[in-house]
Design a binder for this molecule. Structure first.
Ligand code: MN
Ligand code: MN
Length: 461
């Protein structure tokens, strides 16, 4: 490119062409840690507990609202085991605001209904109610595992885990064979698999010595009772999720990609987490949010709309006699959530000048939303200028991204809920191929640059 073009045009480069060998190695090391986390963090609860284990190993302790706090302190609070807030106290007063990164740890999946177990023609099934935006046809005929908890009347909570052990069986949703799918194949994709047909097969052997109906169901319930001490009624107070039982793997012959379930948004969640674990004695307080419920509107106690966030931040502010609203008005937040990577096989949904591409770095979005930016945070020009400066100072490779063509569809993040609080907020995240599918694809370099971006935000003044 000519010098003048280089000076005047906005151009982007493939990270592989701009990264040196030393940093390429750092990227590989980071991605190995991320893949390990992703493999373990199959649900929001596991994403939370794994993050707590990592944080505690790096000196974080549970926030005690009665104990004094000083600069350099590392604290966290988990909300109902499904949302995690971490902070490293800065040298500056909280009145000057904090640097926030906010990702979510819930992912689309099949939740079991509260009365799920039944038998039909000597096959035992679990009824499901899907969670978040799934394309239902993608969830049939793949290996699924069951992860979650059952809360007993006694007050005890039992962890349900059928899938972590490689020796565990999988469970499964069937589909029609092509030979008999003539009518189904004429249906639009969104209607070919109705939600009430997402029934999970969990058994087929009748219990010996029993008579009458439901002997297969009884056999399954007996196994669950032996393993977890639960009865059918305990499903009423259980949260059991069927998630893809597919190992996280390197993808591509050149191993440049990562394939795995739940990368929306655990790829950003881990980036933030790893970044805050490395924060030492910052000027401004660093805060990492791993929120639940983003995929269903950020509602509920553990979602980003919840006052649980105010409560945590309020406790930090109280320790310095600072008004929470004053802290918020001076704070800066990156809403760290994935965006759609350009898919050359489906170019018609993207507008190439304003879309993110794999291997071009963490993607910054001024706005998200749909139909004329509806429901988006729409960061100001000044906020966009600020994030450009922060990323440039941090040596981060980044790109600009809008999610798809105008009026093609859209999506949201937690950004608007941070903005509603009076916190200056901008969207940034990792580009993903096949987002919300049971097996999503990211590029290693983009994962690494997302982590570097979060580090740069925490280091900013
Ligand atoms: Mn997301
Ligand atoms: Mn999502």
């Amino acid at each position: 490119m000519s010098e003048l073009k280089d000076k005047l045009f906005y151009t982007q480069k493939h990270i592989h062409d701009v990264i040196d060998e030393a940093e390429r190695k750092l990227s590989e090391e980071y991605c190995a840690r991320y893949m390990d986390y992703l493999q373990k963090a199959r649900t929001e609860r596991l994403a939370c507990s794994e993050a707590i284990a990592l944080a505690e190993s790096r000196g974080f302790r549970r926030l005690d609202r009665n104990a004094p706090l000083k600069a350099g302190d590392k604290v966290y609070r988990a909300i109902q085991g499904k949302m995690l807030l971490l902070a490293v106290l800065g040298a500056d007063s909280l009145e000057k605001g904090v640097n926030l990164c906010a990702a979510h740890i819930d992912s689309p999946r099949l939740d079991l209904k509260q009365v799920p177990l039944y038998e039909d023609h000597e096959i035992a099934y679990l009824k499901t109610h899907y969670y978040g935006g799934i394309r239902k046809y993608q969830w049939v005929t793949i290996p699924l595992e069951l992860r979650g908890v059952a809360a007993l009347k006694s007050g005890e909570t039992v962890e349900i885990n059928i899938g972590a052990d490689p020796g565990d069986p999988v469970v499964y949703v069937s589909d029609l064979l092509p030979h008999l799918a003539a009518k189904q194949s004429e249906q639009p994709l969104g209607k070919a698999i109705p939600a009430e047909k997402l029934n999970i097969i969990v058994g087929s052997c009748p219990l010996k010595g029993e008579e009458g109906a439901d002997r297969v169901k009884l056999g399954v319930m007996k196994l669950l009772n032996e393993k977890y001490g639960i009865t059918e009624e305990d499903f009423l107070s259980a949260e059991i999720e069927a998630v893809p039982s597919i190992p996280v793997r390197e993808a591509g012959l050149d191993r440049s990609l990562i394939a795995g379930y739940g990368q929306d948004d655990r790829v950003c969640a881990f980036a933030e987490l790893q970044a805050i674990l490395e924060v030492e004695a910052p000027a401004k307080t660093a805060v990492c949010i791993l929120a639940d419920k983003e995929e269903i509107g950020s509602v509920g106690v553990t979602g980003m709309i919840s006052e649980a966030f105010e409560c945590f931040m309020g406790d930090l502010c109280d320790s310095q006699g600072v008004k929470l609203s004053h802290c918020f008005e001076n704070s800066f937040c990156v809403s760290a959530d994935v965006t759609a990577a350009f898919d050359p096989t489906w170019p018609e949904v993207s507008e190439l000048r304003n879309t993110s591409k794999l291997n071009y770095g963490v993607a910054i979005s001024k706005f998200t939303g749909r139909g004329g930016k509806s429901g988006s945070n729409d960061a100001s020009a000044e906020t966009m200028g600020r994030i450009r400066r922060i990323l440039s100072e941090g040596g981060v490779v980044w790109q600009y991204a809008e999610l798809g063509k105008v009026d093609e569809g859209g999506g949201g993040t937690v950004a608007c809920y941070m903005g509603n609080r009076g916190i200056t907020t901008v969207d940034a995240g990792t580009p993903v191929l096949a987002m919300h599918s049971p097996y999503e694809l990211t590029a290693k370099y983009d994962c690494y640059m997302t982590y570097k971006a979060m580090k740069a935000v925490y280091a900013s003044k």
